[in-house]
Write a protein that binds this ligand. Structure first.
Ligand SMILES: Cc1cc2nc3c(=O)[nH]c(=O)nc-3n(C[C@H](O)[C@H](O)[C@H](O)COP(=O)(O)O)c2cc1C
Length: 279
């Protein structure tokens, strides 16, 4: 995500309208669409609608959109669009096929502004989806998104409704995170390891997930949609770094204990970031 990009605010009450042929080539746009997207009518007519596509948009959202349209159904989506010459704007788009004598003649869409709180939730979720799509096929991403909704017992329409109602949809798995619990758990583990080292024990294993509750918790959430977010991966990696430092200490390299303490603090910093994205 390019955080330096300028956001263009869509004004309350403004409706951005566009129409396409059945392939998604633009056949009509209203003035507000042109002004917001930064195109003259002449520049945009006849162009494919992906001319306004922003790279932060997950492919899977457009798959859901086109699947519905090709099935003759109307559909809605939260979309971040690109502004010609730089910048972006967020909207909720309503898109509907127009049927004439049972066949699709064209497709019409209108868009309205959305709230900042909704943009925040969507930026986090779309970021996770785009990240996932970098390493997976569209089919896999589609399954990933469907699993994400299933885990929350939502269908796509209910998902849209929740966002509209300003309800949280990202990372509900993470809601049972307890920062204090994680700290106490690692404190007990560290004391235990120090005692064992003092007793002269050497080379005992402290890196396996069974060593601590946080490790078990990480394992139990493996494969869930949250586990693919960048914040989660950073947290898991800082947790491993800490255990590796403790392992060196357990192996008899006593000087490493101070390093392990520093590494431990990094776990909580990154865990806090995971907690932040669940709000
Ligand atoms: C009527 C209509 C309106 C659309 N509006 C948008 C839009 O506002 N932004 C957008 O990125 N894609 C929009 N699309 C979807 C695009 O056709 C395209 O699927 C999407 O930009 C992804 O492009 P890509 O498949 O080339 O990556 C719209 C499609 C239709 C049929």
């Amino acid at each position: 995500m390019n955080t330096l990009e300028k956001e263009v605010e869509v004004i309350e009450g403004d409706v951005l309208v566009s129409m396409t042929d059945v392939k998604g080539k633009i056949t009509y746009v209203n003035d507000i669409f042109c002004q917001t997207a930064g195109y003259t009518r002449e520049e945009i007519l006849g162009k494919p609608h992906n001319i306004v596509r922003h790279p932060d948009m997950p492919k899977v959202i457009f798959k859901v959109l086109w699947d519905a349209l090709l099935d003759g159904k109307s559909v809605s989506a939260f979309v971040k669009n690109k502004v010609n010459g730089g910048g972006f704007y967020w909207v909720r788009a309503f898109v509907a096929p127009v049927m004439v004598n049972g066949t699709m003649s064209h497709i019409i869409s209108y868009r309205r502004r959305i709230e900042d709180s909704q943009k925040e939730v969507l930026s986090s979720l779309y970021g996770t989806l785009v990240d996932y799509e970098r390493r997976h096929s569209v089919k896999e991403s589609y399954q990933f998104f469907m699993d994400f909704l299933d885990e929350r017992k939502l269908n796509y329409r209910e998902f849209l409704n929740r966002i509209s109602e300003n309800k949280q949809v990202t990372n509900v798995d993470a809601l049972n995170i307890d920062l204090t619990h994680a700290k106490v758990d690692h404190l007990i583990l560290s004391i235990n390891i120090q005692e064992r080292v003092k007793r002269g024990e050497k080379n005992f294993e402290v890196t396996k997930p069974c060593c601590c509750k946080v490790g078990k918790w990480i394992e139990s959430l493996s494969g869930t949609s949250m586990s693919h977010s960048r914040e989660w991966r950073d947290f898991v990696s800082s947790h491993s770094v800490f255990h590796n430092s403790m392992q060196l200490y357990a192996n008899g390299q006593t000087s490493i204990l101070a390093q392990a303490k520093e590494d431990e603090l990094k776990i909580y910093e990154s865990l806090q970031k995971v907690i932040d994205i669940t709000k």
